[in-house]
Write a protein that binds this ligand. Sequence first.
Ligand SMILES: Cc1cc2nc3c(=O)[nH]c(=O)nc-3n(C[C@H](O)[C@H](O)[C@H](O)COP(=O)(O)OP(=O)(O)OC[C@H]3O[C@@H](n4cnc5c(N)ncnc54)[C@H](O)[C@@H]3O)c2cc1C
Length: 414
Amino acid sequence: MSQRDPHLVIGGGVIGLCSAYFLAKAGHQVVLVDRDTSRRESCSDKNAGMVVPSHFIPLAAPGVVTQGLKWMLNRRSPFYLRPRLDPKLWAWCWQFLRHSNRQHVENSRELLRDLSFESRGLFEQLSADLGFSLVKRGLLMLCRSEEGLRDEAEVAAMANEIGVDAEICGPERIAELDPQVEMDVKGGIWFSQDCHLDSEQFLSALRRGIAEAGGEFIDGEVVDFRLDEGKVTQAITGKGEEINVSKVIVAGGAWSPELVRYFGISLPMQGGKGYSLTLSKPAEMPQLCSLLKEGRVAVTPMGKTLRVAGTMEICGNDLSIDPVRLEGIVDSFCRFFPAFQKTDFSGLDVWSGLRPCTPDGLPYVGPIDGFANVLVATGHSMLGLSLGPVTGKWMASLAGGESGDSRLDPMRFG
Ligand SMILES: Cc1cc2nc3c(=O)[nH]c(=O)nc-3n(C[C@H](O)[C@H](O)[C@H](O)COP(=O)(O)OP(=O)(O)OC[C@H]3O[C@@H](n4cnc5c(N)ncnc54)[C@H](O)[C@@H]3O)c2cc1C
């Protein structure tokens, strides 16, 4: 290992790409290795493309566990946890339960807000530098029930309290904000600072940016490391390639725990599976992205196409598709947008991805104990796209010797 050896980023999803981009821009020699040559495995390619300062409440929050248990009883619901005899799953659940409280929300909301706003600013800069479009019209949280609207009004009050703009809207105001679509809703919240983009267009732009900044790409799976006195000196791929490294950035998404296991570290993480379907000729084209409260479905216009995404299934790292749960997404969407028929979705390709979920809903960004040249950037759960740029920028700072934020410490669960 020498100073001239590259920084090796493992994982070519949004977090690995953003890390590689900011490292290369900071003048480091960068190599990014990813095994997913067909781009079927990464969670980043066909997600909902939302950049969401409105998501300042972590996944572990009050009411989530009770709601999750109710949903477990319904095959078409947006949440499922497959019970397994896996001690890691139960340890994760226990930590999730411990963090699902008001205090945790209060401790995390400013952090998530600040990360999101910094990331949003970086998206604006990246969009100008790399030439992808960022649509800054905001996001509608749409509600079909009075109860849903009441819950979201509470979130809106909290948002305004911490400086995230949120407007409570009746159906007329919603129709005024997005006049080209019919929506069957009681009302909703308009988070005007949220944005959306086409995730694949963004990832391609990042790949171009990395190459232009001198970064290199390797197709391959990292299967081993050579270690020397508390440092990683080489990563070994499945094809037997030996890559000299000066630093390693672990950005392997839901598979990151398998990578850090080589360093004797156990990273609590579960894959949270979600699906997306993309309509190439939608019956109507919304101008704003939206979240459908009662169905937990995300709807995003991407160019001339419309993406509909949803579900959170904690089922291990299994990417298979459950047709019943998929139907739940389509049913919900058609209820909110009555101009669409279920048959519009017949025969469409279904994409599935694994959100890397930590038990407290906050990412792991920082060094690990025992290995001076290893950094971790993963666990972004529902916010990986949103927080990609800020995470990448932090990786460049950490690689330059700056210290991280203890709230995101990858070692925080011991
Ligand atoms: C349906 C759905 C909708 C979503 N919508 C949004 C949204 O609107 N906004 C938002 O912010 N987030 C959204 N998310 C979440 C977001 O997509 C994820 O948080 C994010 O993609 C995670 O990125 P990542 O780079 O950490 O992981 P990934 O994208 O999964 O990338 C990890 C990569 O590492 C590679 N890898 C793993 N191990 C190895 C190894 N040993 N060697 C080589 N390569 C390896 C994998 O092949 C993979 O390509 C959504 C997720 C889903 C499922």
